[in-house]
Write a protein that binds this ligand. Sequence first.
Ligand code: PMP
Ligand code: GLN
Length: 396
Amino acid sequence: MLARRLHGIPPTVFSQMSALAMRTGAVNLGQGFPDFPGPDFVKDAAKAAIEGDLNQYAIGHGALRLRRAIAATWADQTGQEIDPEREVTVTSGATEAIFDAIQAFIGPGDELISFEPFYDSYPTSATLAGGRLVPVTLYPPDWSFDPDQLRAAFSSRTRALILNTPHNPTGKVFSRQELEVIAAICQEHDVVVITDEVYDRIVFDDAVHVPLATLPGMWERTLTINSTGKTFSMTGWKIGYAVGPASLNAALRAVHQFVTFASATPFQEAMATAFETAPQRGYYDRLRADYTRRRDLLRAALDDAGLPTLPIGGSYFLMADLAGLGFPDDASFCRFLTSEIGVAAVPPSAFYLDQARAPLLARFCFAKKDQTLRAAAERLVRLTSRITEMMSVANR
Ligand code: PMP
Ligand code: GLN
């Protein structure tokens, strides 16, 4: 009974791994979401909005106060004044903005270019639009790309490129030089660029997040997507947004009005408060410091367990190297780790069109309480002895 374009779309790897973690009682470092509470000042603002009867449909393209706060935040970050009426749209999470943008720019037979690994909603959103995703490889350990391979991915059917930085699952933050290469090629081929910058506030050490839209000639062709779920640790509220020129926002809104029409009003009001007051509260610096501590905690735990991690510039994920552990693929390792060691991780092969292309790694999320990370650490120390035990049983 299913429409043909839905064939072969399984439940997402995040739902699968969270369900397995629940069933087995594992510490869940798989699905990316904070297990600590979001900030009180944002929760209080939502309660006040509900009590204040801000509970009916918001303006379809976003509550005005929130769009103004997003525009002011963009101006703080980039120095560019934008028009909250025409250049900002609020959506139900970044997922909806990504879906809407892909429906808006990709038609039957069209191609969307993305670096691989890619966030799992990109290829399916392209398929549902009747088009397809064309991957360009990122090579570990620094997840660099070959500009010639990027050029070669373009065809007469290419309509858009989607770029995720800071990048899930690798933690790569694209450098200005890399962005310049991407920008030049996109301008040469005259395509729209969708950027997914949901981890823009979660960067480490000397990594600097540069929005592609701020490069010369890029504003006019770039739709920048973001999510308050990551920035304010409220993934369940699903308040995302897009910033870009009026023409691209109009295209996005044409889809958005028939996908969700509007996002939850009190949560939009609360996020307006969040953006308006975050700088004076020192919120962004604290967010970064807290995530740096959590990253260091998890990195040490994985190292101690014999799982060396790759360097990251941003996001809340670490990739651990599984070479030499004797597993044929990342999925079998992640199932073993969840059910036998009691720690869930996500197999990055879910972020590849052809799973055989995925290097042997596992993705661990550190958006977790220190106590959760410590509980994971305690379980992870058993890893090597448990593997040896299993091998000796297998060889008997
Ligand atoms: N893009 C990336 C790269 C993500 O990691 C996520 C969520 N983890 C999203 C988009 C979706 O964001 P949202 O929850 O706001 O829909
Ligand atoms: N983006 C989150 C991750 O990468 C998961 C979001 C979801 O489950 N849809 O883990």
